[in-house]
Design a protein around this ligand. Sequence first.
Ligand code: HEC
Ligand code: HEC
Length: 412
Amino acid sequence: MTRLRIFFVCFLPISVFVSGCGRPEKKMQFEPNLVLAQATKIKVGDIYPMETAVSEATTVVNEMFGSPNEPKLPNDLLEDEQKSFLNTENLEKASGPVAAGRGLYRQHCIACHGVTGNGRGINAMQADVYPRDFRMGKFKFKSTTRGAKPMKEDLYTTIRKGIAGTTMVAIKELSDEDVNTLVDYVIYLSVRGEVERNLIIASEEIAFEEGDHLYLAGSKGFDDNQKDMVKETVAAVMDSWVNAESKVKQAPEPGDVPITATVAELRAAAASDQDSPLKKSIARGKELFAAETASCYKCHGPKGYGDGGTQDYDAWTKDWTSDRGIDPTNEEALIPLQALGGLPPRKIVPRDFRKGIYRGGAAPEKLYLRIAHGIDGTPMPAAEGVLQPADIWSLINYVRSLEEPSKDLTAN
Ligand code: HEC
Ligand code: HEC
């Protein structure tokens, strides 16, 4: 019965304005980044013409990237390689209302990530870990070095498998093609949001009071003085995606360090009276964990319970608080920002290794990437260059050996 109805509604032309088939919906718009603009105003002072800056940045970005129902790319501003990086058919399929051949993002992702990809979907507040705001262009779980964009394959894995220990679960009904489609759309939202963000930040420098503009009212369009700046902003963001491939650095072979398939083997070796290469490696890892060089203990605590440094925030929170001179613990100062959509700051918690839950994947070679490259957007630093590969492998053996077999702990 329901199926039949969906079938009919979705094939009517009216479906363009319908979400969830049957419920009328007003045409969706991307939300402007008012939180960043307000934080910029607090930082710069009242001379910052926030309303003008936001309204012009919004017009420019909408002109270039279209709307949630009709996404597009500013092809006239892009080089060939940048143009072909995202597949426009994928953008079409992932976007729009839920209807035949469209609306994948709205169906599966919007409740957490929001229509704009700003991490403020209706379920955002319920989660311990806020859903990601894609607009900073920072991603955590990837095969590229710290600061670089992820590969499409990395985003594919995240969406395919979900993120362990968070509300983001694997969605089995998505085909591999659907996931690839969503990867392009996440990148599109991220590029759009990062360009918008960079334009808002750049508008600190625009002499609006002297008649300079990003965009001119009426039919005049882009301000010629600023057009190069806009073009460079878009090109730089697109290039960071196109060039991510040159920043890939996978885990090297563990060489002499034994790596086990199961955690049980590690636990057995650690508990055994007999010396073995595995036992030695765990001991070496333990020593490194507590040493000053890598300082793992400072954040993860002396026993790896995640109770060392627990007063810090992630980059997404700092962006509109401490980075702009606003104290994230000052509730009163946050009111105007929260009124515009800023989520209440939550401290970032270093991982508790007893749980054995790894968001970026529990396989040893995934843990290697997390430790070697660090985790973007969080205080977790890159150990590459500080530690030798063999030492990183030993740290992995130690960290994995801390997992407790108790089901109670792993059940979250
Ligand atoms: C129930 C809520 C929820 C839903 C639904 C959800 N996500 Fe997420 N997502 C999250 C949370 C929470 C995080 C942040 C995890 C973290 O920061 O460690 C996240 C993070 C991400 C990331 C960032 C990964 C990284 O490497 O930093 C991507 C990409 C992503 N989600 C894509 C999607 C896509 C695409 C969909 C729809 C198929 C989706 N998510 C559906 C909650 C959700
Ligand atoms: C400055 C603080 C800090 C230091 C130093 C630090 N970490 Fe972390 N680490 C974190 C935080 C915070 C997280 C959680 C990041 C998140 O939630 O996205 C984390 C997460 C992790 C994870 C989980 C990865 C996953 O996929 O879930 C591992 C493993 C890890 N750290 C190992 C280490 C090791 C080994 C060292 C020392 C070489 C170390 N960390 C040093 C703060 C730190």
